[in-house]
Design a protein around this ligand. Structure first.
Ligand code: ZN
Length: 310
C-alpha cells in the first residue's frame, strides 16, 4: 500500500436550503458568488442542485445546495459540520460588516479566532456563514476568495482528528478554549483555499438534525482518480466504510461517515464544471447528466422555477 498524497483542502461543501430563488438571490447578491451550475440532485432528480463558486467553479470555492421550498428547518449539533467560513483579506473585514448591514443582513463582529477576525451571519434559511480575514490573502481585494474553513461539531475530537492527520495529511494548527467547549484547528500543508478544518467539541450539544439551514456533507480534494483510489484504500485501512467511486459528472466521489458522525466525501478536481457547457456561460441553463436527458421535459416541469440574477 502506498501512502496517499496529502489532501490540499476542501473541494466543496453541500448544504440544504429552503426556497431556491431566495438561495440564489442571497449567494449571488450580497455574497458575490457565481452560480456555476444548475442541475438536479442525481439521487432525486425532482430537486435542484445549485452550485456556486468563483467564475470557474474552482475546487475550494464550491458551495452547493439542495433547495427544498418547504423544507423543515434542521438544527446544528454534534455529528455534522455546523458552519462554513469564507476567506477574505483582513483589511476587508470592516467593509464586509458595513456592506452586509447596509443590505439588511444581520451580520455581527464575532471577535477573533486563532488571531483572525470573524464575521458571523446566517443565510435566509438559517445556515450559519462566516467570513474570516486571513493575512495569507492580504492585498487580494475585498471579494471572498473561496473557503477559509469549516467547523465540525463532534462529541469526541480524537477519532476525527486521526482521520484528518493520519489519512489526509493535515497538521494540528491550534487549540482554543471557548465558553462552552473547545476548538481545535487542523491545516492542510501549503497555502490552498479551504485548507483549515476546525473541530468544535461543544459540551452538551444536541445531536445534529438534518433539514434546511444545515450542512449535508463536506468534500475534500483529490487531484485525480489515482489519488482518490489511494485515499480510499487508506480510509478502509483505518476502519472506515467507504462507498465505491460514484460519477458526479463534474467530479468523481467517494463517501464515508467519519467516526464523529460527519459525512465526508473525497472529490476529484477533474473534470470540472466546463465538461458540459462553455466556461463563459456556466450556470445559465439546466444541465442534466446523460441518464436524465431523455426526461428533461418532465424534470423541468417538476422543478420550482428560478430566475437568474441580471
Ligand atoms: Zn458532495
Amino acid at each position: 500500500m502506498t501512502t496517499p498524497k496529502t489532501v490540499a483542502g476542501l473541494h466543496h461543501i453541500t448544504a440544504v436550503s429552503g426556497n431556491p430563488q431566495e438561495n440564489i438571490d442571497f449567494y449571488t447578491g450580497p455574497l458575490g458568488q457565481k452560480l456555476v451550475k444548475q442541475t438536479v440532485n442525481f439521487d432525486d432528480p425532482g430537486t435542484w442542485h445549485l452550485y456556486y463558486g468563483d467564475t470557474l467553479g474552482s475546487p475550494g470555492t464550491i458551495l452547493t445546495f439542495f433547495p427544498f421550498a418547504n423544507a423543515a428547518p434542521g438544527r446544528a449539533g454534534a455529528g455534522a459540520a455546523s458552519a462554513f467560513a469564507y476567506l477574505t483579506a483582513p483589511g476587508a473585514i470592516d467593509g464586509w460588516l458595513e456592506s452586509l448591514k447596509a443590505a439588511g443582513i444581520p451580520a455581527r463582529d464575532a471577535g477573533e479566532r486563532f488571531g483572525q477576525r470573524v464575521i458571523a451571519l446566517q443565510d435566509p434559511h438559517g445556515q450559519p456563514v462566516e467570513i474570516i480575514g486571513d493575512p495569507a490573502v492580504e492585498g487580494s481585494g475585498a471579494a471572498l476568495q473561496g473557503f477559509h474553513s469549516t467547523t465540525l461539531w463532534v462529541a469526541d475530537p480524537a477519532p476525527t482528528a486521526r482521520i484528518l492527520t493520519g489519512v489526509f495529511g493535515y497538521e494540528e494548527a491550534g487549540h482554543e478554549r471557548q465558553a462552552d467547549g473547545e476548538r481545535l484547528r487542523f491545516a492542510a500543508p501549503g497555502d490552498g483555499r479551504g485548507r483549515f478544518i476546525d473541530i468544535y467539541r461543544a459540551d452538551g450539544a444536541p445531536r445534529h438534525r438534518p433539514g434546511s439551514g444545515t450542512i449535508h456533507h463536506i468534500a475534500f480534494r483529490a487531484e485525480d482518480d489515482a489519488m482518490q483510489d489511494s485515499l480510499r484504500e487508506a480510509l478502509i485501512g483505518a476502519g472506515m466504510q467507504v462507498t465505491p467511486r460514484i460519477d458526479r459528472q463534474y467530479f468523481n466521489a467517494i463517501y464515508f461517515r467519519e467516526p464523529g458522525g460527519v459525512l465526508f466525501e473525497v472529490a476529484t478536481d477533474p473534470p470540472g464544471f466546463a465538461v458540459d457547457e462553455p466556461q463563459e456561460s456556466l450556470g445559465r441553463t439546466l444541465k442534466l447528466p446523460p441518464q436524465y436527458e431523455a426526461h428533461r421535459e418532465e424534470i423541468m416541469r417538476a422543478l420550482p422555477p428560478i430566475a437568474l440574477p441580471a
